[in-house]
Ligand binder design. Structure first.
Ligand SMILES: [Zn+2]
Ligand SMILES: [Zn+2]
Length: 163
């Protein structure tokens, strides 16, 4: 496995039948809210020649650290993504192009990985979260809800409205 994602495609351009397998890993560091991706991004796929360039199809995976937005539980997992990128000698809107017969998959693979990061990570779909008043983890400990508890900020509000 290569330690970079640069591929020589000089012999693929203009040969629509030509295919080259690609695999490699590059360092990546991304953060979106409570999700952090840190470590090698592994990429594998293939590059296919077209009339005026190449198309790269790829799968990317990287280790990630998550924090549940509801109960603050932390865990490690993987972020995975799939994508495709067309390259020609003319840069596209993201600036990706064939330069000196080579393409670099790092940018497109990182873009797809970033798009696959969950904006609102939850440890499980039915996570009950923490009690907003006492901080009890409601997944493991039921909380009485502090209905008429005088320590509750809602009780203070209630007194204000009653007076
Ligand atoms: Zn949770
Ligand atoms: Zn509580």
């Amino acid at each position: 496995m290569s330690t970079q994602l640069v591929v020589d495609v000089g012999d693929l351009v203009g040969h629509p039948e030509a295919v080259r397998e690609v695999s490699g890993a590059v360092p990546v560091s991304l953060r979106l809210g409570d999700v952090t991706v840190k470590g090698p991004m592994e990429v594998e796929g293939n590059v296919i020649g077209t009339v005026d360039g190449v198309i790269a199809r790829f799968r990317a995976r990287a280790p990630a650290h998550f924090v549940c937005v509801r109960c603050l539980t932390e865990w490690d997992g993987d972020i995975e993504a799939e994508g495709a990128q067309h390259y020609s000698r003319v840069p596209d809107e993201d600036g990706y192009a064939i330069v000196d017969r080579q393409i670099d998959l790092t940018g497109p693979a990182t873009d797809e990985l970033a798009l696959s990061m969950p904006a609102v990570p939850v440890c499980r779909p039915d996570c009950k979260g923490l009690c907003p008043i006492c901080g009890t983890d409601l997944n493991t400990n039921p909380c009485d809800g502090h209905g008429e508890d005088s320590d509750s900020p809602f009780a203070v509000l209630k007194d204000l409205f009653d007076s």
